[in-house]
Design a protein around this ligand. Sequence first.
Ligand code: CMP
Length: 139
Amino acid sequence: AVTRTFSIIKPDATRRNITGKVTTMLEDAGLRVVACKRLHLTKAQAEGFYAVHAERPFFADLVAFMTSGPVVVQVLEGEDAVALNRKVMGATNPDNADAGTIRKELAESIEANTVHGSDSEENAAIEIAYFFKPEEVVG
Ligand code: CMP
């Protein structure tokens, strides 16, 4: 079924001016950008978004990185969008990502890993609602 997922192009990608390259890889994989905006996350926004990781040892570094520069938040639509996006992103750690994936080709490290993508349909709905009003998503 055609579904939606949520994506963040992270500060390592805006810094290197490769948001277009990342978006092309998403589009070439069969995903369609149905909502998009560029933001500089506040500390509170980043902490709220990643609240599930609050107890992890890397949480403070993650929040610092995600607020270190602009990001591009997107809603992506496609056939089984959550799984399709995870496939094109590749593994969280670029060292473990398959050739041709965004993280293998573009990521700098496990932290500066270029993209975030929702890990389930349920979280996709939560994450989309965190950044977009319904009328901002135009399919
Ligand atoms: P993301 O999909 O955005 O979700 C949480 C992020 O934490 C993850 O991608 C990584 O970029 C980041 N991170 C940093 N260090 C680690 C780690 N040791 N294990 C997992 N995720 C990490």
